[in-house]
Design a protein. Sequence first.
Length: 408
Amino acid sequence: MRIRQHLMLLLLWAVGSATAMPLQPLAERPGKLSVPGVRGKVWYVPSTLSTIKWGYLPNQLDAPVLQVPSGAMVVFDTVSHEGLLEDQGRDALKYFSSKGVAPNMVLNDAIAITRSSLPHDFVKDGPHIVTGPIAIQGAQPGDVLKVEILAVTPRVPYGVISNRHGKGALPGEMPEGPPPESDASAAQPEKFHNVSVFTPIRKDKHGRWIGVMKNMQGKEVTFATAPFMGVMGVAAATDQPVHSVPPGVYGGNMDVKDLGPGTTVYLPVFVEGANFYTGDPHMVQANGEVALTALEHSMRATFRFTLLKQGDPRIPSASGSLEKPFGETRDYWIAIGLNPDLDEAMKDAVRESLRFLTEKLGMDRAVAYAYLSAATDFNVSQVVDRTKGIHALIRKRDFSKIKKTAPH
């Protein structure tokens, strides 16, 4: 199974990499289509005015834009909000052209969104452009959706990192300079006095994407990249608007950088069909995401969805269901803690780690607690999304002699 998944991953990466940028939308509507290099047809979801929400996540009232069977592979063309927001002029073509990007290198879907009358309140609404939702046939509340992230491929060779007043790890200190003026608007974006750093990417001599910045003397600063989707989630069981910024038990804006290509996220199902969505694509993010955003970057993301009915032994719990998201990579199980208070988010991550170790790996709680203290890193996922995140990296190799079934 691992060999087959690895080969599929390589194939998908090769297809994305071989295609000349920009990766413009493949179709105008969700459906099945052929992707060069991939046998048969796969499901596809573009980011159009009828398939996105701007600033909010799907809830129980949102109809799916597509329905797929368990086991389906789905390609999403996602759009970054950076370069499209009001403090950047809400004009994708104008903004990126001002950074030296040729008009034909600006994504058509980004242009269409900013030229539309789609409502978006810069102060009240979340910034994220969220694509979906899609329904998985047969999913019911209490089930678990297994989401394998097969590929996350950049659609353009550039992104943006932003720091906005009142946000980030140092509100009131950064950005430096005057606060927003009362009449700041998309027509006068400079009056927001926010800072956005346009950041190109390019291939290094080994063929790997790197981000490129410059110091004040014009000398280059380069850094490795690791694409992933910041927003992955299922519809919440509410008829009230769900803001896109804080993550929750439904997933959403978790910003866990370790959940990139080749990894898996398990999401509890709260509504019929699960109704999965994605967005907030990143080229790379450091733990903490201190400025406010990562290197925000439009991506073509490919997922495989498997419905795990309640009680399935592959679910990472003893109850047969989940109460919150859980992650898995080749080397780690990832327990995720979320809370507006960072200390409480840490406690949440520790409790979730204890739950997993006792329920799925047969450890005594006291021993598991000692193990976590000695052998597990608890990382700050992000501190900028109202609800802060801590995620634990539990090493799989430490449990190689335990035969009890665990997620895989």
